[in-house]
Structure formats: C-alpha cells, structure tokens
Design a protein. Sequence first.
Length: 305
Amino acid sequence: MPTVRSLAVKALTRIGNDARPKEEMESLGFELDVRDRAFLQELVYGSLRHRIELEWILDRFLDHPRDLPDETRSNLIIAMYQIIKLRVPDWAAVNEAVELEGRLRGLVNAVLRNSLRTRDSILSELAGMERSLGASRIKGEEFAMAASITTSHPLWLVRRWVKRFGVEEALALMKANNEVPPLNLRVNTLKTTRQEVLERLSSMDIEAEAALRSPVGIRLSGTLAFRELEPLSGLVMAQDEAAQLVTLMLGLVEGQRVLDACAAPGGKAGHMAELTGDTGEVVAVESDLKRTELLRDNMLRMGYK
C-alpha cells in the first residue's frame, strides 16, 4: 500500500499540473484512516499554502532548480515543509524523501541535509523579513519581494494589492489568506432544514455548528473526506459561507428568472434555485465541457428541476 508521503507527492505533482486539489485529495485519501488522512491533507495543503516560501529556500541549494522533474520538486517541497513548518523528526523527513527518489536520490539527500545545517539562519532571515514588514521598514519592490516570500503570494498579486489597498491592508489580506479555513456546507432548503442536518451530523459523530452569518450554512469541525457525507447526498452542498452570502445579497424571491453565466460547479446556481422556488427559473451557463458535466451532476444530485 502506498505511504502517506508518496500519496502527498503524487497529489502535489498533479495539482501542479492543473488537477483540482479537492478531487485529488478525495481520490487519494479515502482509503486512509482518519489520522493518516489528516496527515495527508496537512502535507499537501500546507505545502501549497507555503509553496513560494519553500521554493525560495530550496532554490538556495540548487544550481538549476527549474530543471528538476516535477515529482522530485514536489518531493523536496513536502520534505522542506516538514523540516521548516512541522515537528516531524529531521531524520524521518530526509529518509522518507530519499526513499521515494530514484536516480536523483543523492541530490535530494544533499539538498535536505544542507537545509538542516542552515535551518537556523534561514528561519532567522525569514523572521527578519517579517519584522521589517510589520514595522514598515522596507517599501516598494523590497517590500513586495519580502511579502511574496514570507506569505507565499505571487509577486504580481502582491504588487497589485499594495497598489489597490495600500501596504497595511494588503499585508493583512495575505496573512488572512494563509489561515486554514473550515469546511462549510449549504443546506438544500427544498428538502430539509439546517436543524435537521445538524441533528443528522451529530448522529454520524461529525462535529458541526450553524454558520456565523449564513442562515442556511453549517460549519464542520475536524478533518473528513467528502464521501463521509454521502448519507446526506442531495441535502447539502459544500460551499464557503462567503459564497452563500453572495447569493443571499441578490435579494431573490420566488418566481424570478435568473442567469448564472459562469455556473460550475453549481453552488450559487443551486442556491438561486432554492430561493426562486418551483415558479422561478435559473439559467446556468458554463463554457468548459468538463465543468458543465460537473454542474449537471450536482444539479441532479441536489434534485433541482
């Protein structure tokens, strides 16, 4: 059976080649127990969240970083995440990464051991950047570079946000982006109520609470695979609370006709269908064929007519 570490490398590589993170994690992690699934999600999502910072560290030890095979680069990024961000024993992070490699085993071993020897100075340099950002001691392009590295946001996006929002608000946005979000559900009010779903979740030993702002939202606690929610198929849909609020702000009423011009995967379109009722009509349009299939499947699963 593949190790959690090998599954993480596979997922990160596929995501880097435009696979969808949620779908990758679902397909690779469902067979794992709760503890291993949580570790897999930590490795993959954590590596994605800190990728620019981790690549900045790795590139110090590589003569030609862009020439690495995708799998080797993913392997190094995950190992560096363990070394820099997690409390994984150093020997375990290095040995597992080396064992996963083929012909580049020696390179991986050398890069990771060099990073261990210089870890304190690397962390000190990163901390210095963060202090400079917080104290507004650096500005312009120097600020943009430091913010990009320490918050793992693309340089072009940092520049755009600083220009649009100013330094303080841009930095606050970047830090907020790195917070781990909870999983939120939206209740299909054509079939059930939020209270009924909360009671069902409790009977399934899944911790959940009512969303803070959305009257049809539920926030889940802990780590779980979406397939664990299969008993609630058609009753709920995974959707961020902010996305739920967007639809609610439209002020839709029963009988209205609405156009969703970029509809997949269907969260907002489905919510519109619930708000406009049996006498309303939602025209959901999507240009991408695969996403159109996803949209159709979700509409059928939720029972919208």
